[in-house]
Design a protein around this ligand. Sequence first.
Ligand SMILES: NC(=O)c1ccc[n+]([C@@H]2O[C@H](COP(=O)([O-])OP(=O)(O)OC[C@H]3O[C@@H](n4cnc5c(N)ncnc54)[C@H](O)[C@@H]3O)[C@@H](O)[C@H]2O)c1
Length: 315
Amino acid sequence: MARILVTGGAGFIGSHVVEHLVAAGHEVGVLDDLSTGHRRNVPPGVPLFVCDIRDAALREVFEAFRPEVVAHHAAQMSVRVSIQEPHRDAETNIEGSINLLECAREFGTTKVIYASTGGALYGEPRYLPCDEQHPVEPLSHYGISKHTVEHYLQLYKFLYGLDFTVLRYPNVYGPRQDPEGEAGVVAIFSGLMLEGQPITIYGDGEQERDFVAVADVARANVLALDRGSGAIVNLGSNHGASVHQIAAGLAKATGYDLPPVYKPARLGEVYRIFLTNQLAQELLGWQPTIGLEDGLAEVIAWIRAGRPAPGDAAG
Ligand SMILES: NC(=O)c1ccc[n+]([C@@H]2O[C@H](COP(=O)([O-])OP(=O)(O)OC[C@H]3O[C@@H](n4cnc5c(N)ncnc54)[C@H](O)[C@@H]3O)[C@@H](O)[C@H]2O)c1
Protein backbone atom coordinates (compact mmCIF):
# COMPACT_ATOMS: atom_id res chain seq x y z
CA MET A 1 0.00 0.00 0.00
CA ALA A 2 1.31 3.46 -0.90
CA ARG A 3 0.38 7.02 0.09
CA ILE A 4 -0.52 8.76 -3.17
CA LEU A 5 -1.35 12.39 -3.92
CA VAL A 6 -3.46 12.84 -7.05
CA THR A 7 -3.13 16.38 -8.37
CA GLY A 8 -6.18 17.37 -10.39
CA GLY A 9 -8.01 14.58 -8.54
CA ALA A 10 -11.26 16.58 -8.48
CA GLY A 11 -11.28 16.66 -12.29
CA PHE A 12 -12.50 14.21 -14.89
CA ILE A 13 -9.63 11.72 -15.30
CA GLY A 14 -8.04 12.41 -11.89
CA SER A 15 -11.23 11.49 -10.04
CA HIS A 16 -11.36 8.11 -11.79
CA VAL A 17 -7.70 7.56 -10.91
CA VAL A 18 -8.56 8.30 -7.28
CA GLU A 19 -11.38 5.73 -7.32
CA HIS A 20 -9.16 3.04 -8.83
CA LEU A 21 -6.34 3.71 -6.34
CA VAL A 22 -8.73 3.62 -3.37
CA ALA A 23 -10.24 0.36 -4.67
CA ALA A 24 -6.72 -1.10 -4.89
CA GLY A 25 -6.27 -0.36 -1.17
CA HIS A 26 -3.99 2.71 -1.31
CA GLU A 27 -4.08 5.79 0.91
CA VAL A 28 -5.09 8.63 -1.40
CA GLY A 29 -5.21 12.42 -1.11
CA VAL A 30 -6.41 14.93 -3.70
CA LEU A 31 -4.83 18.27 -4.49
CA ASP A 32 -6.90 20.54 -6.71
CA ASP A 33 -7.62 24.25 -7.05
CA LEU A 34 -11.18 23.44 -8.22
CA SER A 35 -10.74 25.68 -11.30
CA THR A 36 -12.40 23.08 -13.54
CA GLY A 37 -12.71 20.24 -11.02
CA HIS A 38 -15.46 19.77 -8.47
CA ARG A 39 -15.53 18.88 -4.80
CA ARG A 40 -18.36 16.42 -5.55
CA ASN A 41 -15.93 14.32 -7.67
CA VAL A 42 -13.78 13.49 -4.62
CA PRO A 43 -15.02 10.33 -2.89
CA PRO A 44 -15.97 10.55 0.80
CA GLY A 45 -13.06 9.79 3.10
CA VAL A 46 -10.42 11.08 0.67
CA PRO A 47 -8.82 14.33 1.92
CA LEU A 48 -9.04 17.25 -0.50
CA PHE A 49 -6.32 19.92 -0.33
CA VAL A 50 -7.61 22.98 -2.18
CA CYS A 51 -4.41 24.48 -3.53
CA ASP A 52 -3.00 25.83 -6.79
CA ILE A 53 0.08 23.88 -7.93
CA ARG A 54 1.76 27.24 -8.66
CA ASP A 55 1.30 28.42 -5.10
CA ALA A 56 3.98 28.39 -2.37
CA ALA A 57 1.36 26.75 -0.11
CA LEU A 58 1.91 23.51 -2.08
CA ARG A 59 4.87 22.92 0.23
CA GLU A 60 2.55 22.80 3.24
CA VAL A 61 0.41 20.13 1.56
CA PHE A 62 3.50 18.00 0.99
CA GLU A 63 4.62 18.58 4.56
CA ALA A 64 1.23 17.44 5.88
CA PHE A 65 0.50 14.52 3.53
CA ARG A 66 4.06 13.38 2.62
CA PRO A 67 3.09 11.46 -0.53
CA GLU A 68 5.26 8.53 -1.58
CA VAL A 69 3.84 8.79 -5.10
CA VAL A 70 2.28 11.70 -6.99
CA ALA A 71 -0.12 11.07 -9.89
CA HIS A 72 0.09 14.44 -11.58
CA HIS A 73 -3.11 15.38 -13.44
CA ALA A 74 -3.55 19.07 -12.51
CA ALA A 75 -3.22 21.12 -15.67
CA GLN A 76 -4.66 23.75 -17.92
CA MET A 77 -6.12 21.10 -20.25
CA SER A 78 -7.70 23.06 -23.10
CA VAL A 79 -5.91 23.40 -26.46
CA ARG A 80 -8.14 26.38 -27.26
CA VAL A 81 -7.33 28.23 -24.01
CA SER A 82 -3.61 27.56 -24.52
CA ILE A 83 -3.70 29.33 -27.89
CA GLN A 84 -5.66 32.27 -26.47
CA GLU A 85 -3.69 32.53 -23.21
CA PRO A 86 -0.24 31.01 -23.75
CA HIS A 87 1.23 32.59 -20.59
CA ARG A 88 -1.47 31.12 -18.40
CA ASP A 89 -1.01 27.72 -20.04
CA ALA A 90 2.76 27.73 -19.43
CA GLU A 91 2.43 29.06 -15.88
CA THR A 92 0.09 26.26 -14.86
CA ASN A 93 1.47 23.38 -16.87
CA ILE A 94 5.20 24.13 -16.72
CA GLU A 95 5.84 26.35 -13.69
CA GLY A 96 3.21 24.58 -11.61
CA SER A 97 4.85 21.25 -12.43
CA ILE A 98 8.30 22.56 -11.47
CA ASN A 99 6.84 23.71 -8.14
CA LEU A 100 5.43 20.21 -7.68
CA LEU A 101 8.71 18.50 -8.55
CA GLU A 102 10.61 20.71 -6.11
CA CYS A 103 8.21 19.71 -3.33
CA ALA A 104 8.46 16.04 -4.35
CA ARG A 105 12.23 16.24 -4.12
CA GLU A 106 12.21 18.04 -0.77
CA PHE A 107 9.71 15.71 0.92
CA GLY A 108 11.09 12.39 -0.31
CA THR A 109 8.45 11.41 -2.87
CA THR A 110 9.84 8.42 -4.75
CA LYS A 111 7.79 8.48 -7.98
CA VAL A 112 5.71 10.76 -10.18
CA ILE A 113 3.17 9.36 -12.63
CA TYR A 114 2.54 12.08 -15.19
CA ALA A 115 -0.59 12.53 -17.31
CA SER A 116 0.91 13.62 -20.62
CA THR A 117 -0.73 13.78 -24.01
CA GLY A 118 -0.26 11.62 -27.07
CA GLY A 119 -2.97 13.42 -29.00
CA ALA A 120 -1.49 16.94 -28.82
CA LEU A 121 2.24 16.26 -28.87
CA TYR A 122 3.18 14.41 -32.07
CA GLY A 123 1.68 16.98 -34.42
CA GLU A 124 0.18 15.75 -37.69
CA PRO A 125 1.58 12.18 -37.70
CA ARG A 126 4.15 11.11 -40.27
CA TYR A 127 3.01 7.51 -39.77
CA LEU A 128 0.24 5.70 -37.90
CA PRO A 129 -0.25 4.47 -35.31
CA CYS A 130 2.16 6.87 -33.56
CA ASP A 131 4.66 5.12 -31.33
CA GLU A 132 6.79 6.80 -28.68
CA GLN A 133 9.66 7.30 -31.17
CA HIS A 134 7.55 9.52 -33.41
CA PRO A 135 9.00 13.08 -33.63
CA VAL A 136 7.45 15.56 -31.20
CA GLU A 137 5.97 18.43 -33.23
CA PRO A 138 3.13 20.03 -31.22
CA LEU A 139 0.59 22.21 -33.01
CA SER A 140 -0.45 24.10 -29.87
CA HIS A 141 0.97 25.78 -26.81
CA TYR A 142 -0.73 23.07 -24.76
CA GLY A 143 1.21 20.33 -26.57
CA ILE A 144 4.47 22.15 -25.88
CA SER A 145 3.73 22.78 -22.21
CA LYS A 146 2.66 19.19 -21.56
CA HIS A 147 5.73 17.81 -23.33
CA THR A 148 8.14 20.17 -21.56
CA VAL A 149 7.32 18.56 -18.22
CA GLU A 150 8.51 15.19 -19.57
CA HIS A 151 11.99 16.74 -19.85
CA TYR A 152 11.85 18.00 -16.27
CA LEU A 153 10.87 14.53 -15.09
CA GLN A 154 13.85 13.01 -16.86
CA LEU A 155 16.07 15.68 -15.33
CA TYR A 156 14.77 15.13 -11.79
CA LYS A 157 15.37 11.40 -12.13
CA PHE A 158 18.90 12.06 -13.38
CA LEU A 159 19.74 14.70 -10.73
CA TYR A 160 17.84 13.43 -7.71
CA GLY A 161 16.73 9.85 -8.41
CA LEU A 162 13.03 10.84 -8.43
CA ASP A 163 11.43 8.05 -10.49
CA PHE A 164 8.67 8.65 -13.02
CA THR A 165 6.38 7.08 -15.57
CA VAL A 166 4.98 9.31 -18.30
CA LEU A 167 1.61 8.14 -19.60
CA ARG A 168 0.79 9.75 -22.94
CA TYR A 169 -3.00 9.74 -22.98
CA PRO A 170 -5.11 9.45 -26.12
CA ASN A 171 -8.53 11.14 -26.25
CA VAL A 172 -9.99 10.02 -22.97
CA TYR A 173 -13.77 9.99 -22.62
CA GLY A 174 -16.29 8.87 -20.03
CA PRO A 175 -18.54 9.91 -17.16
CA ARG A 176 -17.74 13.26 -15.45
CA GLN A 177 -16.03 14.65 -18.55
CA ASP A 178 -15.97 18.38 -19.10
CA PRO A 179 -16.88 19.34 -22.70
CA GLU A 180 -13.74 21.57 -22.84
CA GLY A 181 -11.19 18.73 -22.66
CA GLU A 182 -9.26 17.00 -25.44
CA ALA A 183 -11.95 14.42 -26.12
CA GLY A 184 -14.75 16.84 -25.31
CA VAL A 185 -16.61 15.85 -28.47
CA VAL A 186 -18.17 12.85 -26.71
CA ALA A 187 -19.39 14.98 -23.79
CA ILE A 188 -20.66 17.74 -26.09
CA PHE A 189 -22.45 15.52 -28.64
CA SER A 190 -24.05 13.28 -26.05
CA GLY A 191 -25.45 16.24 -24.09
CA LEU A 192 -26.84 17.92 -27.22
CA MET A 193 -28.32 14.72 -28.64
CA LEU A 194 -30.16 13.94 -25.43
CA GLU A 195 -31.60 17.47 -25.50
CA GLY A 196 -32.59 17.07 -29.18
CA GLN A 197 -30.31 19.99 -30.19
CA PRO A 198 -28.26 20.11 -33.43
CA ILE A 199 -24.58 19.12 -33.17
CA THR A 200 -21.78 21.11 -34.83
CA ILE A 201 -18.88 19.35 -36.56
CA TYR A 202 -15.71 21.43 -37.07
CA GLY A 203 -14.04 20.34 -40.32
CA ASP A 204 -15.27 17.54 -42.57
CA GLY A 205 -16.07 15.05 -39.80
CA GLU A 206 -13.61 12.47 -41.13
CA GLN A 207 -10.85 13.61 -38.75
CA GLU A 208 -9.79 10.73 -36.50
CA ARG A 209 -8.79 10.45 -32.87
CA ASP A 210 -7.90 7.61 -30.56
CA PHE A 211 -10.76 7.34 -28.06
CA VAL A 212 -10.03 5.35 -24.89
CA ALA A 213 -12.43 4.97 -21.96
CA VAL A 214 -11.44 6.70 -18.73
CA ALA A 215 -11.61 3.50 -16.66
CA ASP A 216 -8.89 1.96 -18.85
CA VAL A 217 -6.70 5.04 -18.42
CA ALA A 218 -7.25 5.08 -14.65
CA ARG A 219 -6.20 1.41 -14.50
CA ALA A 220 -2.90 2.27 -16.22
CA ASN A 221 -2.12 4.67 -13.35
CA VAL A 222 -2.51 1.83 -10.83
CA LEU A 223 -0.25 -0.42 -12.90
CA ALA A 224 2.37 2.35 -13.15
CA LEU A 225 2.77 2.50 -9.35
CA ASP A 226 5.39 -0.24 -9.49
CA ARG A 227 6.05 -0.67 -13.20
CA GLY A 228 7.30 1.45 -16.09
CA SER A 229 10.20 3.01 -14.18
CA GLY A 230 11.68 5.93 -16.17
CA ALA A 231 9.49 5.13 -19.18
CA ILE A 232 7.40 7.21 -21.56
CA VAL A 233 4.43 5.16 -22.67
CA ASN A 234 1.54 5.72 -25.09
CA LEU A 235 -1.86 4.56 -23.88
CA GLY A 236 -3.35 4.05 -27.33
CA SER A 237 -5.82 1.62 -28.84
CA ASN A 238 -3.94 1.28 -32.18
CA HIS A 239 -7.10 2.52 -33.93
CA GLY A 240 -8.74 5.80 -34.80
CA ALA A 241 -12.42 6.68 -34.77
CA SER A 242 -13.74 9.58 -36.84
CA VAL A 243 -15.96 12.33 -35.51
CA HIS A 244 -18.66 10.95 -37.83
CA GLN A 245 -18.27 7.50 -36.22
CA ILE A 246 -18.58 9.01 -32.73
CA ALA A 247 -21.67 10.96 -33.81
CA ALA A 248 -23.19 7.82 -35.37
CA GLY A 249 -22.45 5.72 -32.26
CA LEU A 250 -24.03 8.29 -29.95
CA ALA A 251 -26.98 8.81 -32.31
CA LYS A 252 -27.65 5.06 -32.21
CA ALA A 253 -27.47 5.01 -28.41
CA THR A 254 -29.79 8.01 -28.04
CA GLY A 255 -32.17 7.61 -31.02
CA TYR A 256 -31.04 10.99 -32.40
CA ASP A 257 -31.64 11.78 -36.09
CA LEU A 258 -30.88 15.49 -36.82
CA PRO A 259 -28.25 16.30 -39.48
CA PRO A 260 -25.02 17.93 -38.18
CA VAL A 261 -24.08 21.58 -38.81
CA TYR A 262 -20.59 21.91 -40.34
CA LYS A 263 -18.14 24.73 -39.48
CA PRO A 264 -14.48 25.30 -40.44
CA ALA A 265 -11.81 23.22 -38.65
CA ARG A 266 -10.24 24.86 -35.59
CA LEU A 267 -6.66 26.02 -35.10
CA GLY A 268 -4.20 23.71 -33.34
CA GLU A 269 -6.11 20.51 -34.03
CA VAL A 270 -4.55 17.46 -35.64
CA TYR A 271 -6.47 15.83 -38.51
CA ARG A 272 -5.82 12.15 -37.93
CA ILE A 273 -4.05 10.49 -35.03
CA PHE A 274 -4.03 7.27 -33.09
CA LEU A 275 -1.45 5.73 -30.81
CA THR A 276 0.22 2.39 -30.18
CA ASN A 277 -0.04 0.34 -27.00
CA GLN A 278 2.75 -2.17 -27.63
CA LEU A 279 5.14 -0.61 -25.11
CA ALA A 280 2.33 -0.22 -22.58
CA GLN A 281 1.65 -3.95 -22.94
CA GLU A 282 5.33 -4.81 -22.47
CA LEU A 283 6.08 -2.49 -19.55
CA LEU A 284 2.76 -2.11 -17.74
CA GLY A 285 0.81 -5.17 -18.88
CA TRP A 286 -1.82 -2.69 -20.13
CA GLN A 287 -4.11 -2.50 -23.10
CA PRO A 288 -7.59 -1.01 -23.41
CA THR A 289 -10.45 -3.37 -22.62
CA ILE A 290 -13.57 -1.22 -23.13
CA GLY A 291 -14.86 -0.95 -26.71
CA LEU A 292 -16.26 2.28 -28.11
CA GLU A 293 -19.86 1.07 -28.17
CA ASP A 294 -19.82 0.10 -24.48
CA GLY A 295 -17.88 3.22 -23.50
CA LEU A 296 -20.29 5.57 -25.29
CA ALA A 297 -23.28 3.75 -23.80
CA GLU A 298 -21.81 4.37 -20.34
CA VAL A 299 -21.57 8.12 -21.01
CA ILE A 300 -25.19 8.23 -22.16
CA ALA A 301 -26.30 6.25 -19.10
CA TRP A 302 -24.42 8.67 -16.84
CA ILE A 303 -26.05 11.73 -18.43
CA ARG A 304 -29.48 10.10 -18.30
CA ALA A 305 -28.92 9.38 -14.61
CA GLY A 306 -28.70 13.16 -14.14
CA ARG A 307 -25.12 14.37 -14.47
CA PRO A 308 -24.63 17.52 -12.43
CA ALA A 309 -24.65 20.69 -14.51
CA PRO A 310 -21.23 22.42 -14.83
CA GLY A 311 -20.80 24.85 -11.94
CA ASP A 312 -23.40 22.97 -9.91
CA ALA A 313 -23.82 24.58 -6.49
CA ALA A 314 -22.74 21.35 -4.85
CA GLY A 315 -19.54 21.67 -6.86
N1 LIG B 1 -9.06 14.50 -21.40
C1 LIG B 1 -8.16 14.01 -22.24
O1 LIG B 1 -8.51 13.40 -23.26
C2 LIG B 1 -6.69 14.16 -21.98
C3 LIG B 1 -5.79 13.76 -22.97
C4 LIG B 1 -4.42 13.88 -22.72
C5 LIG B 1 -3.96 14.36 -21.51
N2 LIG B 1 -4.86 14.76 -20.56
C6 LIG B 1 -4.32 15.27 -19.29
O2 LIG B 1 -4.99 14.63 -18.21
C7 LIG B 1 -5.07 15.51 -17.10
C8 LIG B 1 -6.50 15.61 -16.60
O3 LIG B 1 -7.31 16.19 -17.63
P1 LIG B 1 -8.90 16.18 -17.58
O4 LIG B 1 -9.38 15.98 -18.96
O5 LIG B 1 -9.34 15.26 -16.49
O6 LIG B 1 -9.20 17.70 -17.22
P2 LIG B 1 -9.88 18.36 -15.91
O7 LIG B 1 -9.91 19.83 -16.16
O8 LIG B 1 -11.15 17.67 -15.58
O9 LIG B 1 -8.83 18.03 -14.79
C9 LIG B 1 -7.79 18.91 -14.42
C10 LIG B 1 -7.90 19.18 -12.93
O10 LIG B 1 -6.79 19.99 -12.54
C11 LIG B 1 -7.27 21.04 -11.71
N3 LIG B 1 -6.35 22.16 -11.88
C12 LIG B 1 -6.21 22.95 -12.97
N4 LIG B 1 -5.26 23.88 -12.74
C13 LIG B 1 -4.81 23.66 -11.49
C14 LIG B 1 -3.83 24.30 -10.69
N5 LIG B 1 -3.15 25.36 -11.13
N6 LIG B 1 -3.61 23.83 -9.43
C15 LIG B 1 -4.31 22.76 -8.97
N7 LIG B 1 -5.24 22.12 -9.68
C16 LIG B 1 -5.48 22.57 -10.93
C17 LIG B 1 -8.66 21.34 -12.19
O11 LIG B 1 -9.47 21.96 -11.20
C18 LIG B 1 -9.17 19.94 -12.55
O12 LIG B 1 -9.78 19.31 -11.45
C19 LIG B 1 -4.49 16.84 -17.58
O13 LIG B 1 -3.14 16.90 -17.15
C20 LIG B 1 -4.57 16.76 -19.08
O14 LIG B 1 -3.56 17.54 -19.70
C21 LIG B 1 -6.21 14.69 -20.78
